[in-house]
Design a protein around this ligand. Structure first.
Ligand code: EPU
Length: 428
């Protein structure tokens, strides 16, 4: 993907429905691991080399922010080398506003430079996404936080370890936990993060920080203990597989009634997605780093709720709705992490789905067949759901605003075509 993706291209995707998928898909490195790991390279003056960084527009945004802060960034295929020897501490609004995950440069900047200015993230189609928990965490470490003209300014002349509970109204916070961990690794003394997010991406970041010389215990549990060190050094790291991309391809296999082998996955990250699929009638085989899905004759309804890891991920909710729209019986899906994350529902209904929203719950009455229609992508996972719906629909589904999908899926159209889908990308 070129840097043209910055201009939010207006390409369309045309999905010709009804093709059975068969073959092998190689899963990319995790977007949500790579973003904070790239930001964490700000913590040292040495170079960091990061492998398996996916080629996505969100990654381009992060690399551009790092360049603007003064880092030397080299990229060759999936490997990125970053040197943050000499940096500034204020990130330009124009780039930051394009991606909410930019907020994760705050932790490393205040950890290393004792100050940071980043524009406050704006609204987001998946709901209100505050950063109060991040800021509360920085304050507990002794930082002063101010919001001035739309920017968050954090001053932290002396960061001191503290015990902090990061759990909010909707559970723990992933990027908040990341941010606090990145600030605390260079603080004086011990920091204990209670109510920490337990997502595999938090563990991957902790592993990266440990390779840099940080002292961290407990990542992957709800209590993370960090012993501050004076200095960190460069390191080399390979990003974990993208569990949400893998989950999306599992559903592509389920929807098309085909037989898909996913390679370079970590099945232990996908238990909450695999289990309901098996219960609903699919046959799934797990290997060390592979997953195979094949049909088993029926597609049953299910009841599920999104929860922080190890529960069913909010980032798979839209894709699951697309599957259930064409499954037998009545399914009930409740979104507990981002209760308003249902932008895909109106679009799926345009394709003939029978879905009723009751607050944060979607009641889905399976229909025998969806029909292709022009639809609008609204956010990353909603767009993936529309591609999946298109795979099972009669006729052609025309998905507009596909720049959303390019933020988080590496060549989804090409990967699906390689296993038998018929998807065209029409350049704007
Ligand atoms: N929240 C607060 N205050 C905060 C932070 C979060 O109230 O200061 C709330 C949120 O509004 C939400 C809940 O806490 O209701 C969880 O949000 P979280 O902070 O965990 O989300 P995030 O860290 O901003 C990451 C992923 C999202 C994913 C969520 C939940 C990245 C770059 N993003 O966001 O991924 O949905 O965790 O798992 O890691 C995606 O990839 O499509 C995506 C949106």
């Amino acid at each position: 993907m070129s840097n043209d993706s910055f201009s939010q291209n207006m390409d369309k995707i045309l999905v010709h429905g009804g093709h059975t998928l068969e073959g092998t898909v190689r899963i990319s490195g995790s977007k949500n691991s790579a973003l904070p790991i790239l930001a964490a390279s700000l913590l040292t003056r040495d170079s960091c080399t990061i492998h398996r960084v996916p080629d996505l527009s969100d990654i381009h945004y992060m690399l551009t922010i790092l360049s603007e802060l003064g880092c030397d960034v080299e990229r060759a295929s999936g490997t990125v080398k970053i040197n943050a020897d000499s940096i500034t501490t204020a990130a330009p609004y124009d780039i930051v506003r394009k991606m909410r995950a930019s907020v994760c440069i705050l932790g490393p900047l205040i950890g290393r430079e004792k100050e940071a200015t980043v524009s406050l993230p704006g609204g987001c189609v998946i709901g209100d996404r505050p950063i109060d928990l991040h800021l509360r965490g920085f304050e507990a470490l002794g930082a002063a936080v101010r919001v001035v003209q739309g920017n968050v300014k954090v001053l932290a002349p002396q960061l001191r370890g503290a015990t902090i509970n990061m759990r909010g109204r909707f559970g723990s916070t992933v990027l908040g936990t990341d941010n606090l961990m990145m600030a605390a690794v260079l603080a004086d003394g011990t920091t204990i993060i209670d109510g920490a997010a337990e997502e595999p991406e938090v563990v991957d970041l902790a592993n990266f920080l440990q390779k840099m010389g940080a002292k961290i215990e407990g990542a992957g549990s709800s209590r993370i203990i960090i012993e501050g060190v004076k200095k960190l050094h460069g390191c080399e790291h390979t990003v974990i597989p993208d569990r949400i991309e893998a989950g999306t391809f599992l559903i592509a296999g389920a929807i098309s009634g085909g037989n898909l082998l996913l390679k370079r996955v970590d099945p232990s990250h996908l238990g909450a997605v695999i289990e309901p699929l098996i219960k609903s009638g699919y046959h799934i085989e797990s290997g060390t780093d592979t997953l195979r899905i094949s049909p088993n004759g029926n597609r049953k309804s299910m009841k599920l709720e999104t929860e922080p890891f190890p529960g069913f991920p909010t980032d798979m909710q839209a894709q699951m709705c697309a599957l259930l729209a064409g499954s037998d019986g009545i399914s009930v899906v409740t979104e507990n992490v981002f209760p308003q994350r249902y932008m895909h529902v109106a679009e799926l209904k345009r394709m003939g789905a029978d879905i009723e929203l009751q607050g944060a719950t979607a009641v889905i009455r399976g229909v025998p067949k969806l029909s292709g229609a022009p639809v609008m992508a609204s956010d990353l996972r909603a767009s993936a759901a529309l591609v999946l719906a298109g795979l099972q629909a009669d006729g052609i589904t025309e998905i507009n605003r596909v720049y959303h999908i390019d933020r988080g899926y590496e060549s989804i159209d090409e990967k699906l075509n390689e296993v038998g889908a018929h998807i065209e990308r029409v350049k704007a």
